[in-house]
Design a protein around this ligand. Structure first.
Ligand code: BEZ
Length: 357
């Protein structure tokens, strides 16, 4: 008898005919820690922050964010913002391999490169979207430059330095796995990796055969040597802007994101736990993430409901009533959502929500 197999379905909703991606312009700037490359899409919009993205280890801006930013429904959002996609040094397409002995910047230094980018572009404020190491970098930047960060979407953030137990596990894994498998284990869940879907095959192949694998390893080492962000609920070290924390259920960083949520200001933080999205929700669930980002921006006053699709407006209405049953804003709020009903949280940031899509 044929066995039932679990099939991972990746949402696909490409650009509509007539919708063309905007022209991109790639720049490099010199910083005290070396040069950094970034790509700008769109034109600056008056009185609006730029959306600035930072990718995870093993990826670059394209392999991390292209499926999300080229998703059909995302166009409604991004046409209102200029986008700056940063490539960590040595990760840009065609980057030469750094010479042996090159001192790769720490994650804190990578965060310190961001002001050089913004100064070059003459942009004063951003909404950051970061994944993994990129989420850490944007958080560090926000801690150091509170006034210039209007909001943060942090996917798979682990704000803690590695403890000795993590190091022991890391060393043990290193005895049996190649570095590219270790990086894949950081990006995807074990279930996804053993399922070996087309998506996994593509990313496994790209990372394993990356011509700049030595550079990727340097970024990986910086990630593993990160300092604790030391978030403290109610303390001085905290993110002051609206934050949306995102993690896939069964993603490798689920516990870290849950802990991070417990340390941030519940009034400013929303927590989105996405079912069936594996380790990289922006790759596997761009539609659900687009919708969540839309509500996040709307809560910040940037997406008037008149800009939203009819579908989104009806979803907003249905969730507003669902959200109101827990009136305690100081505790985590749990909202569940099924794929069929399609409801997602709405309203201003400041609701800590757990949403399974
Ligand atoms: C953008 O429109 O911002 C974008 C397009 C392609 C890849 C990444 C981002």
């Amino acid at each position: 008898m044929a066995e039932l197999q679990e099939v991972q379905i990746t949402e696909e909703k490409p650009l509509l005919p007539g919708q063309t991606p905007e022209v991109a312009k790639t720049h490099s700037v010199e910083t005290p820690y070396g040069s950094v490359t970034f790509t700008v899409y769109g034109t600056p919009k008056p009185k609006r922050p730029a959306i600035l993205t930072y990718h995870d280890v093993g990826l670059n801006y394209k392999s991390c964010f292209q499926p999300l930013f080229q998703f059909g429904d995302m166009q409604e959002i991004i046409q209102n913002f200029v986008r700056v996609h940063v490539d960590a040094p040595g990760m840009e397409d065609g980057a030469p391999v750094f010479p042996v002995g090159y001192q790769y910047p720490s994650l804190d230094q990578l965060a310190d490169m961001i002001p050089c980018i913004l100064q070059y572009l003459n942009f004063s404020t951003i909404i950051g979207i970061g994944v993994g190491a990129g989420a850490y970098i944007l958080s560090r930047y926000a801690l150091n430059h509170q006034d210039s960060v209007e909001g943060l979407v942090l996917i798979n953030i682990d704000p803690n330095a590695k403890g000795w137990m993590d190091w022991a596990a890391h060393k043990l894994t290193g005895l049996t796995s190649s570095i590219s498998e270790m990086i894949l284990g950081h990006l995807f869940s074990q279930e996804e990796l053993s399922g070996n879907s087309e998506l996994i095959q593509k990313y496994r192949n790209t990372i394993t055969h990356a011509p700049n694998l030595e550079n990727i390893v340097l970024y990986w080492n910086s990630y593993n040597n990160r300092r604790d962000l030391n978030f403290e609920r109610g303390g001085d070290i905290t993110l002051k802007c609206p934050v949306m924390l995102v993690v896939g259920d069964q993603a490798p960083h689920e516990d870290a994101v849950v802990e991070c949520n417990s340390k941030l200001d519940p009034i400013q933080t929303s927590f989105l736990k996405m079912a069936d999205s594996g380790g990289q929700p922006q790759l596997t669930q761009p539609g659900k993430l687009t919708e969540a980002i839309k509500y996040f921006l709307q809560g910040m006053g940037y997406m008037a409901s008149s800009c939203m699709t009819r579908l989104s407006r009806s979803r907003t209405a249905s969730l507003t009533s669902a959200a109101s049953f827990d009136g305690n804003r100081s505790r985590s709020r749990t909202l569940s959502q099924s794929s069929e009903s399609g409801t997602l949280p709405s309203g201003p940031p400041g609701h800590t929500m757990e949403v399974s899509c």
